[in-house]
Design a protein around this ligand. Structure first.
Ligand code: AFP
Length: 331
């Protein structure tokens, strides 16, 4: 007897039907999955086709644009347009908000189609991160910039390792693996482990001395208790934290030897990096805060490419450092 795995689409169909929801979200997710698979293909063959290098030019963040960044952006916008369900998108690769279907659309999508560019030239894991909010169905639409707590779902594909993780509002965080037919299958509910035995810390060690002194002290006091892992691509690093527990952090850079490189507001982008992992983390029993120790999911964005510091992972660890961050903020 053959054994078949449950596909992501079948899982989502059951989810929507059991919650008396429409099929619009299925159509949207079908577009996201198609985009991810298309990007995955390009990435897998990227070294042979010369797609893993620079494209020339800088993005909105003033960083070099890689060829794959542009390809991934174009692919994603294409599939989202075709879905007919999207009002507009915020993409890391576009300075402006991109209108898609302002009248007929239902969802607002915030995404970074290829995050972790330092891994790109090596063909090592990168991420496709996205958050989804829904149009205000009861009244007039607002400025579209939603806090993470108002997302209805948030997820990430780790490319090209073939994993997909999706947090669904009040319905858990689920992981899927790509199979031989390029379907994402085998829904597995993710819960951060309570046992500190497997916990890990993840941060850019090279930046340690640029952090606030209290953060440095916290690291010095805790680092020996846990394993240390850092890939430099948020999706990959957070993937590990979701499985093993612990904390990923990208604190504010305050004491860089070159003051121009300080980032008091943090490095990561709120809407399509920090809020995305914070959302999945909440649905897996964890939490996330910013440099002031305030919940990431409560931050109301003022601009779509807003940055933030991020501390995300097991509640006990994040709440512990959040107490110190709040104290620092008061003092
Ligand atoms: P890049 O795409 O510029 O490499 O940034 C990736 C990222 O936004 C996130 O995915 C990583 O967690 C973090 O930045 C890595 O930053 P560092 O290279 O400064 O450690």
């Amino acid at each position: 007897m053959m054994r078949f795995e449950q596909t992501f689409m079948n899982f989502l169909l059951q989810h929507q039907e059991s919650h008396n929801r429409t099929y619009h979200f299925l159509i949207l997710m079908d577009a996201m999955i198609s985009a991810a698979k298309h990007i995955q293909y390009y990435y897998l063959t990227g070294a042979l086709k010369g797609n893993l290098g620079l494209a020339g030019g800088k993005n909105v963040q003033g960083e070099d644009v890689m060829r794959m960044d542009q390809i991934a952006h174009e692919i994603t916008v294409h599939y989202l347009k075709n879905s007919g369900r999207v009002i507009h998108v915020v993409s890391e690769e576009s300075e402006e908000i991109i209108p898609i279907n302002p009248e007929g659309g239902r969802y607002l999508i915030y995404f970074d189609p290829l995050d972790g560019s330092s891994n790109l030239p090596h063909g090592l894991p990168v991420g496709f991160l996205f958050g989804i909010a829904k149009r205000n169905l009861e009244g007039p639409e607002d400025g579209h910039l939603r806090a993470g707590k108002d997302y209805i779902a948030a997820g990430m594909f780790v490319i090209s390792t073939g994993t997909f993780t999706l947090g669904l509002k009040e319905a858990g965080t689920w992981r899927f693996h790509i199979d031989e037919t390029m379907n994402f299958v085998r829904p597995t509910r993710m819960m951060l482990p309570d046992d500190p035995e497997t916990w890990e810390l993840s941060f850019n060690e090279a930046n340690r001395h640029t952090y606030d002194e209290r953060v440095q002290q916290w690291i010095a006091e805790h680092e020996r208790k846990y394993a240390f892992r850092y890939l430099g691509a948020l999706a990959g690093d957070f993937h590990r934290i979701l499985t093993n527990g612990g904390m990923f952090m990208y604190p504010a850079i305050l004491n860089h030897p070159n003051p121009k490189k300080n980032r008091p507001e943090g490095k990561l982008r709120l809407m399509y990096e920090a809020a995305v992992v914070a959302f999945m983390c909440r649905e897996a029993g964890g939490t996330a805060v910013n440099e002031a120790g305030a919940p990431i999911l409560d931050i109301q964005p003022e601009k779509h490419h807003q940055r933030t510091a991020l501390y995300v992972g097991s509640k006990q660890l994040v709440e512990n450092i959040a107490g110190i961050l709040r104290e620092k903020n008061r003092g």
